[in-house]
Design a protein around this ligand. Structure first.
Ligand SMILES: [Zn+2]
Length: 356
């Protein structure tokens, strides 16, 4: 038995010498030391020996097993170090290989337009503020000179906040999702010191859904209050914005209109880009985009004395102008973008969004 063990030890140690990789070493381990390997098989023969002989052979068998285990472990450590070194050498970075460009998103086109609008008005000293999107009827209508029975205060026009089925109400009236950014006017008068140059950009809400109307859209509201402010200042501001945003060749005009919170009130028009303000195409047909040479941008006017009073400002000393335009509409007018259904703006369709 002892001789057999000696021979086996010599055989194993010799076999190990010839191993050059980890899988070869593992094969040998299974062959000699595994559950059905040569060494365990040989040790089964210990049972058949007399007591003394078994003790001696058992002790020797342990010695053999220890020395073989040691040889296996030592070689395993060497081979692992070698394989790590090889992997490291292979993994050097080739900086001349073309890279993989990750998909990088960009701002939504509405956000892009808001950033641009904000920047243009900031050059004229308009400071961006943010007044609530959910506000009291007082700020959305009452303080803006809307009579109690004005249709805009009807729940067919405006979203009201319910409290258990009943319109929530407080000392400033019902709570509404603001249908325009003009709720910021009196809030700004109450909040800040004169003179005021405010740019309030926010989401607004109306009960309307169609190819041309969204229930949620964005508005930007300018408010300027100071001494000796005239319509000429409004027109100059409007003209500056249009030339910066739409291009220096675009013209502007005011048309008389009626709003509750400005007096006098105007619609502001921008000359059409597609037909250069003529209303006609080169082929002699009417321009499809504008029909008349002008595109309507939005409303504006001189702040109504009642609104100034509601904001605690003396209309005999101060005057001002205000304007509020839809961001989506203004953006689509730029470069004559004609989207057949405006709802596509918020459907998160990548094929649409990636174009901007
Ligand atoms: Zn046109």
């Amino acid at each position: 038995m002892k001789n057999e063990l000696k021979n086996l030890r010599a055989e194993i140690l010799e076999a190990i010498e010839g191993v050059s990789d980890l899988s070869g070493l593992e094969d040998l381990r299974v062959k000699y030391l595994g559950r059905k390997g040569t060494l365990p098989n040989l040790l089964k023969g210990l049972k058949g020996l007399a007591d003394d002989a078994r003790k001696e052979a058992g002790a020797f068998a342990n010695e053999v097993k220890l020395s073989v285990d040691e040889a296996f472990s030592a070689l395993q450590i060497d081979l692992e170090a070698k394989s790590r070194a090889e992997a490291f050498a292979e993994a050097h970075i080739d900086i001349t290989r073309p890279g993989i460009t990750p998909d990088i998103g960009h701002l939504h086109l509405t956000t892009q337009a808001i950033e641009e609008i904000k920047t243009i008005f900031s050059r004229l000293g308009f400071v961006q503020v943010r007044h609530p999107e959910i506000d009291w009827d007082h700020y959305a209508f009452g303080a803006l000179n809307f009579p109690e029975d004005h249709p805009a205060r009807d729940d067919w026009e405006t979203f009201f906040i319910d409290d258990a089925g009943k319109a929530a109400e407080g000392e400033n009236g019902k709570i509404v999702l603001t249908p325009h950014t003009s709720n910021g006017q009196v809030r700004e008068m109450e909040r800040s010191e004169l003179p005021i140059r405010m740019m309030n950009i926010n989401k607004t809400y109306r009960r309307q859904v169609s190819a041309r109307h969204l229930p949620m859209f964005h508005q930007f509201e300018g408010l300027l209050i100071d001494k000796d402010v005239s319509i000429a200042d409004l027109l100059g501001t409007f003209d500056f914005f249009v030339k910066q945003f739409f291009g220096p060749e675009r013209k502007t005009r005011l048309r008389p209109h009626h709003f509750r919170f400005t007096e006098p009130s105007f619609e502001l028009d921008v000359s059409c880009d597609v037909c250069a303000g003529t209303g006609m195409r080169e082929n002699g047909l009417k321009c499809k985009l504008c029909k008349v040479g002008w595109l309507e941008l939005g409303g504006a006017g001189m702040v109504h004395p009642n609104v100034l009073r509601a904001g605690g400002i003396d209309p005999d000393v101060y005057s001002g102008f205000a304007f509020g335009w839809g961001v989506e509409r203004t953006m689509m007018m730029k470069g004559g973008i004609n989207i057949p259904d405006i709802r596509v703006m918020y459907q998160n369709d990548m094929r649409f969004l990636e174009q901007f």
